[in-house]
Design a protein around this ligand. Structure first.
Ligand code: AMP
Length: 277
């Protein structure tokens, strides 16, 4: 992989990388299309990264669909796909990881304590394999995007991180590979994530500036969905994820909700200075 990339770079071609775990949907394809527009070559990586799953998480049931993934990726403008095996990525005695010690302690890091260590480690390895100029990430995984920026900043990694908007189903549910696991009833209930964000956003637009109030509004809506079990709902500082007493700077309203074993996340940013625009 690296030889291919380095040869192209030596010829002056720019390279975009889109890291994924496969089971591609329009969210992934939006990243691939953006890369294809902005870079000469686009490498999609497809790797279900075992070290970002906790012991009781869905590694074994995570959706896989390599055949259709390659077709979709190429159709969206990818020029290469990198699909390494677990053995290629990890030595049996691997012992070095990328650990971030601030941003990763909040939100998803609370219920998934080794998740971001796994994500940062694999993304750095994928950068080393694909040697991209730019890498594309979705804002659905907002915390992950912040961590990517922090990693390239703190480790002087010469890759530009591009963050792109959440792509949603027509009814507003954020697209996710995990949506395939939802039963009919859970799929209907899952719209509560977007409804909760919308209700809190409306309250914010009407002048509510207390994060706890906005969290409460979102919670009330999600609790009405029979199959939903809240992991967290948090309204925090959008830059460093710390606690906010009052929204006087951009805030992130983020949530994670289980539908039986399927954990979905979503978020929105509330910006006081954008008011009235
Ligand atoms: P995943 O395959 O879930 O690890 O996601 C790979 C990349 O696609 C990450 O940068 C995600 O943030 C991004 N992504 C996943 N779902 C969406 C979505 N609905 N909208 C935009 N980006 C997404």
């Amino acid at each position: 992989m690296r030889e291919w990339s380095q040869k192209l770079r030596a010829d002056g071609r720019s390279i975009g990388c889109v890291p994924t775990m496969g089971a591609l949907h329009e969210g992934h394809l939006s990243l691939i299309r953006a890369s294809a527009r902005e870079c000469d070559e686009t490498i999609v990586t497809i790797f279900i990264n075992p070290i970002q799953f906790g012991p009781n998480e869905d590694l074994t049931t995570y959706p896989r669909d390599e055949g259709s993934d390659l077709e979709l990726a190429m159709g969206a403008g990818a020029t290469a796909a990198y699909c390494p095996s677990v053995e290629t990525m990890y030595q049996s005695d691997s012992s070095v990881y990328v650990v971030e010690e601030k941003l990763s302690k909040y939100l998803c890091g609370l219920s998934r304590p080794t998740h971001f260590r796994g994500v940062l480690t694999v993304v750095l390895k994928l950068f080393n394999a694909t040697v991209p100029d730019r890498a594309y990430f979705g804002l659905k995984d907002y915390q992950q995007m912040l961590l990517m920026n922090r990693m390239v900043r703190d480790l002087d990694i010469p890759v530009e991180i591009i963050a792109l908007p959440v792509i949603r189903e027509p009814d507003g549910l954020a697209m996710s590979s995990r949506n395939r696991h939802l039963t009919k009833e859970q799929r209907k209930d899952a719209i509560c994530l977007k409804n909760a964000l919308d209700a809190a956003t409306e309250a914010f637009q009407n002048g509510e500036r207390t994060p706890r109030e906005l969290e409460w509004i979102a919670r009330t809506i999600i609790e009405q969905a029979g199959s939903a079990r809240i992991d967290y709902i948090s309204c925090c500082d959008a830059e460093d994820l710390s606690t906010l007493a009052k929204i006087d700077r951009p805030a992130l309203l983020a949530l994670a909700v289980y539908f039986r074993d399927t954990r979905l996340i979503d978020n929105t940013v509330l910006s006081p200075e954008k008011e009235g625009q």
